[in-house]
Design a protein around this ligand. Structure first.
Ligand SMILES: Nc1ncnc2c1ncn2[C@@H]1O[C@H](COP(=O)(O)OP(=O)(O)O)[C@@H](O)[C@H]1O
Ligand SMILES: [Mg+2]
Length: 243
């Protein structure tokens, strides 16, 4: 069976005026079905950049991204967006919710971004029910009509998680999902994320600076100088190397 996700020699540079800033310098990474993997590395090393490429938000400068064996990383924007909508859920440190929309509308919209307008207009009630159900699942049945400005950090992240799992994605990409939350709120968000991961049996890739959190995953991948420096297995929660 092909891996859930695989990169082959992924390079990425940003262009700043006449300057090329190389960030990723040959990333080779394989995520198997149902694995939970933490991604660690110093600030600025390229973790967010890699997640955006794995999540098909950005094509890499060169190299390939395979999703269940299909070479998808460098397709057109609309092709990538459709694959993303069906297969990938994203959770960000700063939530990325739309301020003007209620919690319910934010969740609803998520499954639909990039969808042809005709389909968007045709569907309706069933999806609204599903969005309500998901907000209940994340403990926000009493906050459906609140807008982001009326929610706490933990609640915002719960909305973002409900949005991320709208399409029951096979792959969940989380970029420091508790980085902006206090310890207790962060812990409850993690319970929720890992609970959902085991319900959906999704593959989970989690960027974190928190050693405790990295240890909850089955494997850790460290990014150093634009490459995967080491991949360590954790067995039965055995003590991990420095994060
Ligand atoms: N849009 C951008 N344009 C130019 N440089 C960027 C852009 N986004 C990130 N970078 C640079 O790329 C490097 C990696 O950034 P990032 O992927 O956000 O790292 P991390 O998430 O590991 O902190 C940093 O040096 C950052 O300044
Ligand atoms: Mg980052």
């Amino acid at each position: 069976m092909p891996a859930m996700l695989e990169t082959r020699d992924v390079y990425h540079s940003y262009t700043l005026g006449a300057l090329q800033v190389p960030v990723l310098k040959g990333v080779n990474l394989t995520l198997n079905e149902g694995e939970t993997v933490s991604l660690v590395g110093k600030s600025g090393v390229g973790k967010t950049t890699l997640l955006q490429i794995l999540g098909l938000l950005e094509p890499p400068t060169s190299g390939s991204v395979f999703l269940r064996g299909a070479d998808v990383g460098r397709g057109s924007r609309s092709a990538r967006s459709e694959i993303r909508r069906k297969n990938i859920g994203f959770v960000f440190q700063f939530y990325h919710l739309i301020r003007e929309l209620t919690a319910l509308e934010n969740v609803l919209l998520a499954g639909r971004i990039g969808e042809p307008l005709g389909d968007f207009l045709r569907k309706g009630a069933a999806e609204r029910d599903r969005a309500r159900e998901l907000l209940k699942r994340v403990g926000l049945e009493h906050r459906m009509k609140h807008r982001p400005g009326e929610l706490s950090g933990g609640e915002l992240q719960r909305v973002a998680i409900a949005r991320a799992i709208f399409s029951q994605p096979a792959l969940l990409l989380c970029d420091e999902p508790t980085g902006n939350l206090d310890a207790e709120t962060g812990a409850s968000i993690l319970e929720l994320l890992f609970g959902i991961q085991s319900e959906l049996r999704s593959t989970l890739l989690l960027v974190t600076h928190d050693p405790e959190l990295a240890r909850r995953c089955s494997r850790m991948v460290r990014l150093v100088d634009g490459r995967v420096a080491c991949a360590e297995e954790y067995r039965n929660g055995a003590a991990a190397a420095r994060v």
